[in-house]
Every structure is written in structure tokens, then in C-alpha cells.
Design a binder for this molecule. Structure first.
Ligand SMILES: CC/C=C\CC(=O)SCCNC(=O)CCNC(=O)[C@H](O)C(C)(C)COP(=O)(O)OP(=O)(O)OC[C@H]1O[C@@H](n2cnc3c(N)ncnc32)[C@H](O)[C@@H]1OP(=O)(O)O
Length: 718
């Protein structure tokens, strides 16, 4: 709703009230319309201020209402009512003015912002466009290039930038409401002719055609199949080709096509999913709201390779004192230099003070004795990690949380090396660790709720989205990757090339296809793991070369590694590169010849595999594993899996995540295709539909928010 008051006798103040972000719900819109009418009808009132409760102007339209039938007054006429008013209306922007919130402010005659406020039109991130006049008013106010940039990226601008761009008229370090009231008094009675943005002339410039062409090219390149950025450009284009009223019609038309699209549903689902993962729970009943994190002031990192360096940077930037340990003096010095450089660049980019003095470097593990939390980040080698955990258990003060940055090793096995297994959790960072937003926080059967809560909180402090997952081989992300990769290898055996498989996945929206990603991460990483698992059998021939434990196995990755082809770092992998470390993947005739020779050796006849089969086999195998993970209680809900895949594995956000995508395709359809492929390839376990997807499909495929009801509660883990 909206609260009305009168200040200093002549200023009507309308305060939006809808915690936590004063979103424009039906009640708030109704409140604004009612109070505006009241302010306009009171003769004593000479001007009006619109502000938000609790220091937040407005977070935009209420996204939770999007699925329901439209109630209350629509936004566009409400904003026109404000703009058409004969009394000056001033927006007092504190906290945020986003989406419909900024569009509301653009309908006001003046805008005063607090210096810490953030303003933007992030609708594109929800699969929409600013549909309350934003695409028509903003270009008229600040010009086409700046408006296009803000609208197509959805980024938030600072108050200082908004002032420079001309979005706001004044910025204050004090109360924006007080400043707005004062300002409103000073403009009472003045003409408003030059203050109604909708009456401004259409933006004109000789290079507009070029600007739009460039913008369209850029959004098509970066959108990876997302339709909203492209539609945003079309809507802004209408502001230069059409008069305001016609431009608004065009905006409405384009908005309607987006509003009902699967992509908008996916992005809005994802918005809430990313927030839902912080409300974690475990099969034992431990929960985010009943588990208290421990205070952490001092953290330590052991092992300063690529991951350890990134983790140290993240911790220091979160304001913690960090002890960074690398036992070899030379490596320690190299790491120190690298970390300082990373911190410097990051401080410059983010405009924050340098955090270099937060880190103390040391050659001895003893230096971590008084840390509250230790993150081990050495090589992915169980024996080495075990030794370190034994050492840590003896060195650290009682109560220190011991974390491992493993990407898939058994947390429980590490915990069993310590005297306090309840204090051991996994913190699986993604490379580069100071950039990537995702953190898988892995609890073992003995980890305490308090330890889990502390690691989750730590991730949040570091600016990560932390997702709590149970302990199993590969946790969630890497466990699902296995059947996906496996299908990609099988497709090569059956006649596809890496380029064909990658193209299908990139057209789906992945930033990179599976083979390009493998080349980037290094083929030797998976090879080491397969060797440790006893899967690599050099020189094996005949049928047994392609079978492990009764299931189909492809040794293609192993054979490439045996040739020293480790991907980008060696200049050769699934693709060729101009030099070791080169980044541009080019098809490699050697690889094609190698595949032909391999197929001939194993009696495999290459066939033409269509786009649909390649996509379905890769994605549905991955999704099937996701359902198995839910069934096993490793992830608490589909949102956890989807957030992990979008933030950690390049799954296109506009497709919501693998589990959301399965729901969108239809669980019965996914099941039917899995059954079909499993019939064709009965020796591929990853294609055998898991019982949860069967159960859901048999129950008329309930919506994703109801899937948890169908998951059998696994045995207590904590
Ligand atoms: C004709 C159509 C015209 C216009 C269309 C629109 O306006 S679409 C909406 C555009 N607005 C946005 O995209 C803003 C979305 N919100 C945010 O970016 C952040 O929430 C915000 C406002 C920057 C605050 O961030 P903060 O980190 O402080 O909090 P958090 O994100 O955890 O949010 C707190 C809870 O508020 C819920 N929420 C936020 N915005 C909205 C919204 N617009 N509608 C409904 N609910 C919103 C958010 O989900 C959190 O609740 P929770 O229960 O934890 O999920």
C-alpha cells in the first residue's frame, strides 16, 4: 500500500509500503493512485514527494504477481497520472529505484537520489523489457547510446553516474526525503512544461542507424539465444522512429510477447531460485534458520596454486585476515606476487581500497594454528589431502573449521583423519575462484549444522552464492557432468565430430560446448581421476577396451592424453590451437583422422547424427542424474541444482537450469526419450530413467515447486 502524509503544510508525501523492497504490488499501485488523487485535490498541497519506506524507494513491479491474474490499476496509466499532474512531483530515491520503480521515478517531474542509491532497468534479466514507459522515456532523457546500454544489460547505475547521465537532478549524502521535500517547496508553482519526459522530442542524431545496428549485433552475440535483449533494442528503436504514444503501443506489444515466453518464466524462476538456496536444509532436519554460524575473523589457505590464490583474494576482499601457506619458498614468492597483482587489479576495477595488507604469507603449516577457518587447496590427491588434515587436526586451536576445496573427493574420508570430524566441510570453489560466483558447500555425514552454517555464511561474505550439497562422488555439479561427458564421447564414437557436438550445445545457449570446455580445463584432470578409479587401461584392445564394470565406456579421452594432448595448455586436445596456451579452437584434421581410425579399429560404423539426438542425449543424461541426486537427497531441491548449473557450468540462464528445463520440455517427454535411448543403448547406465522422474511423470508432472513432495526422505545424514 501507500501511506499519505503532509509535511511543512504544503508538501504531500506518498510513502510506498511493501517490505522488503516496496515492490509495486496491486495494493501499492492502488495506494499510489488514491494518494495522488488526494494530493492533487487538496488545495493546500502545492507539490508532492514520492518515497519508499525503510530507505528503499522501489524494487520494481512485484515479480511474485506475474503468474497471477492482473489486479489493481496498471502501471502505465498510473505513471501517466503522475506525469500529467499540475503540481510538481519529486521522487526521493533511497536504496534502489529499479525496473518499474525507476519508471515511476521517470514519470515524476524531478528526481533526488541519495548518494548510495542504485538505479536501473533490470527487466532484461527477468526476460522482460521496461514495459512501463522505460524504453520510451529513458532515451528521450539521456540519449540512445546510454539508454540502450542500461536497458540491454540491466545493470544498476550508482547515484553519481545517474547524475552524470541526467537521470537524476540532485544527489545528497543526507536524507533524500528531506532534500526532496525542500526541493518540492522550491519548485512549487513553477511551470512543468519542460519536466514531462514523454513530451520531449524523439532522440535524433545522424549516426542512430549505425548505433542500433551495432547494438543489435552486440546483443545477438552476447545473448546466446536470449530473446529479451534483442527485443529491448527493438523497443528503444521505437523511441526514435515513432511519436511517444505510438512508441508506447510498440513497447506494450513487444512486452506482451516477452511476458508469456518460456524464457521469462525461466529467468523469473531463476531469480527466486538463487535466493532460495540460502534457505538450506539437510535430510537430518538441520536448517539455515536454526543453525548459527560461528564467527570467523581469521582464515587460512593451504596451497597457493591457481585455486588457493583466488580463494585468498576472495577472503581478503571479504575483510578477513588471511594466512596464506605454501611450503616451497619459491612458489610462495611467486604466489605472493600473483595475489598482489590480482588484488590490485580487482581494487582498481571495483573502486575499493586495496586489501593486500590483509594477507600474511608463510612457508609453514604451523602458521594456521590460530585461524578460525582453514581452507585446504592443494592438488586433487587424496593421500596428500589426508596428510594435511591429520596435520591440521594437531595444529589448529579447538573449534577451527577445517574445509577442503576438493572438486569431488570424499569429505567423510578426510573428516575421519581429524579429531573433530564434525568440523569438516567441503568448500568447492570454481575457477577462477575470486571471480566465479558459485560455491558448493559440501556436508559429510558427520559435519555439524554449525559447521555447515559457518561455511555457507563465509561464502556469502565472499560474495558467492553458496549451495549446500551432500557428500558423494563429484557432489552435484561434477557428478552430473559425468553422464553428459560420457554421451559426448559416445557421439564421437558413433560418427559426430567435436565441432558438431559443440555447435549443438552452443546453439542451445552454453557459452562453450563440452569439448571446448574440456580443452580449456585440461584433459589431464579427468584422466587423473579415471586413472585413480582404475578405468584407464592402456593398450587394451577388442571389446574390453570399451567396457568397464559391464557398462559402455569410451577410452577416447584417455587415448588423447596418452598422445600428450591435454587441451589448450599443450596446444592440442579435441581441437588444435596456434600455440600451447592458445585460446582459439580450430578443427583438427589429425583428430578427425584419429576418430576414423578408432572407429575402424573397433568395428564402429559412422552415421549421421542429427541435432536433436545430440542435444537430447547430452542434456537428458545430465538431467537424469539430477533427478537421481534429488532422489538420493544430495541436493535438497531442484533450485539447488539449477543454480549450480547456471553459475558453475555455463548453463544458459534463460533456460532456468537443467531441472527447470526438464519441466519446461515436459517430464513425460524427457522420460519417453530416455526410455527410447536406453532401449537403443541398454549398456549405458546414465540413460536408464531414474525412479523419481518416473514417479513425477506418473503423477501428471507437477510444477517444479512441488517436486520436493515426491522425494522420499533419505536416511539422516547429519
Ligand atoms: C509493466 C512491467 C513493468 C516493470 C517490470 C519490473 O519492474 S520487473 C522487476 C524489476 N526489478 C528487479 O528486477 C529488481 C529485483 N530485485 C533485486 O534486484 C534485489 O532484490 C534488490 C532490490 C536489489 C535487493 O537486493 P537485496 O540483496 O537487498 O535483497 P534480495 O535480493 O535478497 O531481496 C529481498 C527479498 O525481496 C524479494 N524481491 C526483490 N525484488 C522483488 C520484486 N521486484 N518483486 C518481488 N519480490 C522481490 C526477493 O525475492 C527477496 O525475497 P525472498 O523471499 O528472499 O526471495
Amino acid at each position: 500500500m501507500a501511506f499519505y502524509s503532509r509535511v511543512s503544510g504544503s508538501v504531500g508525501v506518498i510513502t510506498l509500503q511493501n517490505p522488503p523492497v516496496n515492490a509495486l504490488s496491486a495494493a501499492v499501485r492502488q495506494g499510489i493512485v488514491d494518494t495522488m488523487h488526494r494530493a492533487l485535490s487538496e488545495p493546500e498541497v502545492k507539490s508532492v514527494v514520492i518515497c519508499g519506506q525503510n530507505g528503499k524507494f522501489c524494487g520494481g513491479a512485484d515479480i511474485r504477481e506475474f503468474g497471477a491474474n492482473m489486479r489493481g490499476p496498471p502501471l502505465v496509466p498510473m505513471i501517466h497520472l503522475i506525469e500529467a499532474a499540475e503540481k510538481p512531483v519529486v521522487a526521493a530515491i533511497e536504496g534502489v529505484a529499479l525496473g518499474g520503480g525507476l519508471e515511476l521515478a521517470l514519470g515524476c517531474h524531478y528526481r533526488i537520489a541519495h548518494s548510495k542509491a542504485r538505479l536501473g532497468l533490470p527487466e532484461v534479466t527477468l526476460g522482460l523489457l521496461p514495459g512501463a514507459g522505460g524504453t520510451q522515456r529513458l532515451p528521450r532523457l539521456i540519449g540512445v547510446p546510454a539508454a540502450l546500454e542500461l536497458i540491454t544489460t540491466g545493470r544498476h547505475a550508482t547515484a553519481a553516474e545517474a547524475l552524470q547521465l541526467g537521470i537524476v537532478d540532485e544527489v545528497t549524502d543526507h536524507s533524500a526525503v528531506d532534500a526532496a521535500v525542500k526541493f518540492a517547496q522550491s519548485v512549487a508553482g513553477k511551470s512543468l512544461d519542460a519536466r514531462r519526459i514523454s513530451t520531449y522530442p524523439r532522440p535524433r542524431s545522424p549516426d542512430l542507424a549505425e548505433i542500433f545496428e551495432k547494438a543489435m549485433k552486440e546483443v545477438r552475440r552476447s545473448a546466446r539465444g536470449a530473446i529479451a535483449p534483442v527485443t529491448c533494442v527493438q523497443a528503444v528503436h521505437a523511441s526514435v522512429t515513432l511519436p511517444y504514444a505510438k512508441g508506447m503501443e510498440r513497447e506494450r506489444e513487444l512486452f506482451s510477447t516477452l511476458f508469456t515466453s518460456g524464457q521469462a518464466h525461466a529467468l523469473q524462476y531463476y531469480f527466486f531460485a538463487q535466493r532460495a538456496v540460502s534457505r538450506w536444509s539437510t535430510p537430518s532436519g538441520a536448517r539455515w534458520d536454526t543453525s548459527k554460524p560461528r564467527p570467523v575473523h581469521k582464515a587460512a589457505v593451504i596451497g597457493l596454486g591457481t585455486m588457493g590464490r583466488g580463494i585468498s583474494v576472495s577472503l581478503a576482499q571479504a575483510g578477513l585476515s588471511v594466512v596464506a601457506v605454501e611450503t616451497q619458498e619459491k612458489q610462495l614468492l611467486e604466489a605472493k606476487q600473483a595475489v598482489s597483482g590480482m588484488l590490485e587489479r580487482s581494487a582498481k576495477r571495483r573502486g575499493v581500497p586495496l586489501a593486500d595488507d590483509k594477507i600474511k604469507y608463510n612457508c609453514s603449516v604451523q602458521a594456521v594454528a590460530d585461524a578460525d577457518l582453514v581452507i585446504e587447496a592443494v592438488f586433487e590427491d587424496m593421500a596428500l589431502k589426508k596428510t594435511i588434515f591429520q596435520q591440521l587436526s594437531g595444529i589448529c586451536k579447538p573449534g577451527t573449521l577445517l574445509c577442503t576445496n576438493t572438486s569431488g573427493l570424499d569429505i567423510d574420508e578426510l573428516a575421519s583423519q581429524t579429531q573433530s570430524p564434525e568440523l569438516v566441510v567441503g568448500m568447492h570453489f570454481f575457477a577462477p575462484a575470486h571471480v566465479m560466483k558459485l560455491l558448493e558447500v559440501v556436508y559429510g555425514p558427520r559435519s555439524s549444522p554449525e559447521a555447515l552454517a559457518t561455511a555457507m555464511e563465509m561464502g556469502k561474505k565472499m560474495g558467492k552464492v553458496s549451495v549446500a550439497v551432500g557428500n558423494c562422488r563429484g557432489f552435484v555439479g561434477n557428478r552430473m557432468l559425468k553422464p553428459y561427458l560420457e554421451q559426448a564421447f559416445f557421439l564421437l564414437e558413433e560418427g559426430a565430430t567435436p565441432e558438431q557436438v559443440d555447435q549443438v550445445l552452443e546453439e542451445f545457449g552454453f557459452a562453450m560446448g563440452v569439448f571446448k570446455v574440456s580443452d580449456l580445463s585440461g584433459l589431464d584432470v579427468g584422466w587423473k581421476v579415471r586413472k585413480a578409479d582404475g578405468l584407464v587401461v592402456p593398450g587394451s584392445t577388442g571389446k574390453s577396451a570399451r567396457i568397464r564394470g559391464g557398462s559402455r565406456y569410451s577410452p577416447l579421452g584417455d587415448l588423447l592424453c596418452e598422445q600428450g594432448r591435454f587441451g589448450q595448455k599443450t596446444g592440442r586436445g579435441w581441437y588444435q590451437y596456434d600455440k600451447p596456451g592458445g585460446r582459439v579452437a580450430k578443427p583438427d584434421p589429425w583428430l578427425h583422422g584419429f576418430l576414423e581410425e578408432y572407429r575402424a579399429r573397433h568395428g564402429l560404423v559412422a552415421r549421421r547424427i542429427d541435432h536433436q539426438e545430440m542435444l537430447e542425449r547430452c542434456l537428458y543424461a545430465l538431467i537424469n542424474e539430477g533427478f537421481q541426486i534429488l532422489q538420493d537427497g544430495i541436493a535438497a531441491g531442484p533450485e539447488d541444482i539449477d543454480v549450480i548449473y547456471v553459475l558453475g557450468y555455463g548453463w544458459p540462464r534463460h533456460r532456468g537450469g537443467p531441472m527447470f528445463y526438464a519441466g519446461l520440455v515436459g517430464l513425460d517427454k524427457v522420460l519417453e526419450r530416455l526410455e527410447h535411448y536406453h532401449q537403443v543403448y541398454p549398456d549405458v547406465l546414465g540413460l536408464k530413467p531414474c525412479s523419481l522422474i518416473r514417479k513425477l511423470a506418473a503423477s501428471s508432472s507437477p510444477p517444479i515447486h512441488r517436486w520436493r513432495e515426491f522425494i522420499q526422505k533419505p536416511r539422516s545424514q547429519l
